[in-house]
Design a protein around this ligand. Structure first.
Ligand code: TRP
Length: 341
């Protein structure tokens, strides 16, 4: 069968399950902005509110607040709702509709093998929601609903993208079509993986009970400086090459954060700061961090003062998204044999 040519299209999503952290910014949003501005892709970015209730139900007002705040975070960081299609998942009903079809394509065995499912369902899988098990099928629907060819995600989502490819391939094979693309993962490098400020072996997370472990995108300058000052480090000075950071996870994390914020390589950071003690380096790091993040956090709070404007942007995003998603869902239903009248 001749290979269908697909438009170069990027899709990615973030869950509005809590506040935004520096990890979301450096690990995801900053790359989303780069891919938007690079100009070779059409870009679709999504707040995945349907995914946000799979692990546990959220207070409804909190979910609404988080979704708007995530939208504000995207825009304040440089996502332009004219250049990119910016949407909230539940406002484009085709996500859930295609998700159902994919729940019938994916096999139980595939789903039960997902490490994120195993981690999140823990010892008591009986009590996990059905949605948590189906999560990756809905994620595949998010991506394939736009025939996205490229998906920038963190390393932890690699297995879900492989499943997305398996679902596309099985659908195409079972129906004898060449309809869904086999999506390419664009996995972040280790240097942009932002780790916990109190334990450099763990990922920075919005769900960690201690706020000292992360920098929130809404933190003000003083809070950012204080968290960096209190970040865990070791007593040795900064080395002159990145190999020497291999066994120093806390030190490596701060160097990587500095590099990502300043758009330079970790080696370039060491070229500037080799021999410095952390007391000194942290001052430099907090200057860079405040420089980059304070304008974003103040723009976020400006946007959050006008929720009606955010809602308007999301409604418009949904309309634009549906120009792509409705025909793809219609065609899918047709392939499957759902009566269209
Ligand atoms: N599972 C992703 C995460 O937690 C979020 C997500 C949902 C996503 N749907 C997506 C990411 C589609 C990329 C593409 O990070």
């Amino acid at each position: 069968m001749a290979q269908t040519q697909f438009t170069q299209r990027v899709f990615s999503g973030i869950q509005p399950s809590g506040g935004l952290t520096l990890g979301n910014y450096l690990g995801a949003i900053k790359r989303f902005v780069d891919m938007q501005d690079e100009g070779s892709f059409q870009t679709v970015y999504c707040m995945v509110d349907l995914h946000a209730i799979t692990a546990k139900l959220l207070d409804p007002d909190t979910l609404r607040h988080n979704t708007r705040e995530l939208c504000a975070g995207f825009i304040a960081s440089g996502i332009d709702p004219e250049k990119s299609i910016l949407i909230n998942q539940s406002q484009v009903p085709e996500h859930a509709q295609l998700g159902w079809i994919f729940s019938c394509i994916a096999r139980m065995g595939w789903m039960e093998r997902m490490t994120q499912y195993k981690d999140k369902s823990g010892k008591n899988a009986e009590a996990a929601s059905l949605g948590l098990l189906a999560y990756p099928a809905l994620m595949a629907a998010d991506i394939l609903l736009y025939h996205a060819t490229h998906v920038p995600v963190g390393d932890d989502q690699k297995q879900h993208l492989e499943l997305t490819r398996d679902i596309a391939a099985k659908f195409n094979h079972d129906y004898g079509v060449d309809f869904f693309p086999i999506t390419e993962p664009v996995i972040e490098g280790a240097a942009t993986r932002v780790m916990n400020l109190q334990d450099g072996t763990k990922k920075m997370s919005k769900s960690d009970p201690s706020d000292k472990t992360r920098i929130n995108m809404t933190d003000d300058a003083d809070t950012i400086a204080k968290k960096i000052r209190k970040a865990k480090t070791d007593p040795d000075p900064l080395p002159d090459n990145t190999d020497a950071l291999t066994d120093r996870p806390d030190a490596r994390n701060l160097v990587n954060i500095y590099a990502a914020l300043g758009d330079i390589t970790p080696q370039a950071v060491l070229d500037q700061h080799a021999g410095a003690l952390f007391g000194h380096f942290k001052v430099a790091l907090s200057d860079v961090a405040v420089d980059k993040l304070a304008p974003i956090s103040s723009e976020m709070s400006r946007l959050m003062d006008d929720p009606a404007e955010i809602d308007r942007i999301l409604r418009r995003g949904a309309d634009r998204a549906r120009e792509i998603s409705v025909p793809i869902l219609e065609k899918t239903y047709d392939i499957v044999g759902m009566l269209r009248s």
